[in-house]
Design a protein around this ligand. Sequence first.
Ligand code: MSP
Length: 500
Amino acid sequence: MKNKFYVTTPIYYVNDKPHIGHAYTTILADVLARFHRASGDDVFFLTGLDEHGQKVQQAAEARQMTSQAHCDDLAPRFLHLWEKLEIQHDDFIRTTQPRHVRVVQETLQKVYDAGDVYEDEYEGWYSVSEERFITATEKESGEFRDIKQLKEKNWFFRMSKYQQRLIDHINDNPEFIQPVHRRNEVLGFLRQPLGDLCISRPKSRMSWGIELPFDTEYVTYVWFDALLNYVTGPGYLADETLFQKWWPASIHLIGKDILTTHSVYWPTMLFSLGLPLPKTIFAHGWWLTGDAKMSKSLGNIVNPLDLIDEYGVDPVRYYLMREMVLGQDSNFTEASFIKRYNSDLANDFGNLLNRVSGLIGKYFDGCVPAPQEETPAEQEVRQCAESLDGRKHELIQELKVHEAIEETLALVRKMNKYLESQAPWKVAKEDLGRAGTILYTACEALRISAVHLEPVMPAKTKILLEVLGAETTGVKWGELQSGTKLKAHEALFPRVEIEK
Ligand code: MSP
């Protein structure tokens, strides 16, 4: 039976154009999905948009549009970006879709019927920017803007009831919250008594949301609505067989700023619904620019579309995946982008193809030569290429995407060194058979590297495999057929001049 892999991204607020941070998580999910598909797993990749709540309502008001018209106008921009980024999602959810509205309302009713929802009057500090009541300690921290005192009747979810069960689950399942410092952060947060969650907003104050099924004066708090997208996607309360197949999710990929909602609110909601918890919630770090958080007010937002237009999609995907150590922050600068592009892609990977195809053109009439007897040098290369698959699998399981890429690039660099030391251009003058062995070895290692890099750079690796006439995407040594005619090609990654 095939392994199943269900991966999600956060659903993005439709309050602005997508930026590099959104592109990052979506590319990461796509890369993981492609790695798993290539290993023969059954994959479901869900992404989408968070269309309700105050942030979206305010963005729509600023554009003098209705909230729905605003969302309908912006949604295609996200889809356009995903297309440009070569994202192969299986489903794209929008929280205004009837399928989701139905799940939210039926879920609320279930939680209500289970006795986990109650009405109460609450007086406290409310952060308008965060859209929630904050504690006195949070208020003191100075981290919250737009705070006002509010007294309101609202509906509450008995989150506190599940506190101990959640702590036990986190303790019993080390892979549940990753990386480990985030897990400790959540356990630290859970040392304080957990309050109940206010899950309603009075329509008099905020009307853009899903109406509560048991009180038409209120709409649902945007997070209670949004988190449920992860079960709506695979058919919760709509297609039982499909839902049984995919739930629980293998991994929710999120940014570190939405850790509490995902690892406290969401699991307690699932406990109340009697559903299993996702296997892993992985919180990645921030992309910074010039060591500062990207923000509209600082004017340092990196627009992924500009980068793609300038350098192409694969180098952008490569850079984001290679540069960020999963779990830590990373600094985006165009200079570091160009440096990485030139060193890894132009000098190492692209150049290997140029050298190999140039030499095969010159000495073998453009046809992949047949290998003869291997020397220890070829054996070493072959072992390195053969063991790459196993190492890569382990690294991907551990979510060390940058290391998996680095292992493949190490093979590419080894091949460039191998060509230097074996000098087939000299050998060809005396022993054409030996030169053929060297060039076959280089070609086959290059093919295998390209297969391993396909999830990260689907477009360029496809071209490379076409140039090599490779008909398989297997990673076994020797699948490249001798005699195959190489196709003419341009430089895969032309060098970028630093002055730019
Ligand atoms: N709508 C909520 C998520 C609901 S999921 C049930 C939300 N949306 S968001 O559009 O504000 O953010 C979406 C994701 O983008 C978050 O994971 C956030 O961490 C990520 N990023 C936003 N800016 C980022 C960077 N500069 N760098 C990396 N990721 C960042 O929160």
